[in-house]
Design a protein around this ligand. Structure first.
Ligand code: SF4
Length: 398
């Protein structure tokens, strides 16, 4: 269970004002001393992530956030981080201490959750020191399900888990990455270039996830480097049902794989699985209207590993500037940093997003949509500039 990537777990974020008892609540839910607990308001500075299993939901990540009502310089940083957590939240637990009054900050959290269509449940904590009448009335008037909790004795935790199970979004991830495109006993080939940029002694996460998903679907999977692809194809009695390649090898692989064999890429599959393939395809039109000097944002969702250095910093700028016929003004962001002010960009080019969850990718896409900024992902963009886009999205058309 602990090996399930965080990016495919349900993310449950615990929100509330400073000293609402969020860290104690997480400890009570997980039955561990995980989060720092202190009677001093504002102990939690960075969000803390904890993995656990909640049956029957499966693997989840609990996020202990900083209080959203923080003030001052450090407080502003906490608020920024807290908002970044909202972007990856699938289910929000709003905690109000029984001895405090719900106020504007609690209402702000609700508003932010509503804007993002995140389901909210309530916790009234510290019921050993007060009855929490005002918080009860506040949640009930808003029809928010809640549990009364004493984190010290774990009273109310079972009820809270039941509410979490009942209100968790059922379809927070599509069920499969590739399984709906193949059938039992189909042969599929995964092309995984092993160049200087590949990590030593292992495959990367999207490759591993597609491999596992195809095995779960009952397919026979061959994994080859691009230079062994022809030998693999020649050795088969019948053509494979599907070839999945790294997008960077589109040009080479599309020439080796016969035109009637379906071909796609890990990044295109992830555009559908983690985000919205249609939205990325819409963004493609913007490439043709780019002019020299236009601002382009390249967003990578984790502190990237070396091969992405090459693709994000060198290859993509080169491809785009080749299309435009002049210099573009690039900005790069990595990890959780995704700018609020996107309006100045003519195009956003996003990585495959294998390390972040679907909620966060969709929040980023929503932000682009809201500001009318076209967005593509690496696979879609590389497919377009190498002239194989129609071919590589065709297997996913249904
Ligand atoms: S930069 Fe994006 S695609 Fe690359 S490893 Fe990180 S999250 Fe995955």
């Amino acid at each position: 269970m602990l090996d399930t990537p965080r990016s495919v777990r349900l993310h449950i974020a615990i929100f509330g004002k400073r000293n609402a008892g969020k860290s104690s609540l997480i400890n009570a839910i997980t039955n561990q001393e995980l989060a720092v607990v202190s009677p001093v308001a504002g102990t939690t500075t960075d969000p803390v992530f904890k993995s656990m299993e909640i049956t029957p939901i499966g693997p989840v990540t609990l996020i202990d956030t900083a209080g959203i009502d923080d003030e001052g310089e450090l407080g502003e940083l906490r608020v920024k981080k807290t908002k970044q957590v909202l972007a990856k939240t699938d289910l929000l637990v709003l905690t109000i201490a029984a001895d405090s009054k719900p106020n504007q900050w609690d209402a702000t959290v609700l508003e932010e959750a509503e804007k993002r269509c995140i389901p909210v449940i309530g916790v009234i904590s510290k019921i050993d020191i007060a009855a929490g009448e005002e918080a009860i009335a506040w949640f009930e008037s808003r029809k928010i399900p809640y549990s009364l909790v004493n984190s010290n004795t774990r009273e109310g935790i079972d009820k809270l888990k039941e509410i979490i199970i009942h209100h968790s979004p059922k379809e927070f991830l599509p069920e499969t990455i590739v399984g709906d495109l193949i059938q039992q006993n189909d042969i599929i080939i995964l092309v995984t270039p092993v160049d200087a940029g590949a990590p030593k002694s292992r495959l990367i996460l999207p490759q591993v996830q597609v491999l596992r998903d195809a095995l779960d679907a009952g397919a026979c999977v061959m994994v080859v480097r691009e230079h062994e692809l022809k030998a693999a194809l020649d050795g088969l009695k019948q053509p494979p049902r599907l070839v999945v390649t790294d997008s960077q090898a589109f040009d080479f692989v599309s020439k080796v794989v016969p035109a009637d064999v379906p071909l796609t890429s890990f990044s295109i599959l992830f555009a559908r699985y983690k985000g919205d393939l249609r939205e990325f395809l819409n963004g493609i039109k913007a490439i043709d209207t780019l002019n020299a000097g236009d601002k382009v944002l390249i967003a990578e969702a984790c502190t990237h590993f070396p091969s992405h250095e090459d693709i994000g910093r060198i290859k993509i700028p080169k491809w785009l500037e080749g299309k435009v016929g002049g210099k573009l003004d690039f900005t790069w962001v990595v990890g959780s940093d995704f700018p609020e002010n996107l309006a100045e960009y003519k195009l956003v080019v996003h990585c495959g997003a294998c390390m972040i969850n679907r909620a966060e990718v969709l929040a980023r896409l929503d932000k682009c949509k809201e500001l009318n900024v076209p967005v593509v992902n690496y696979g879609v963009m590389i497919g377009y500039v190498t002239g194989v886009l129609n071919r590589v999205v065709k297997p996913l058309e249904k």
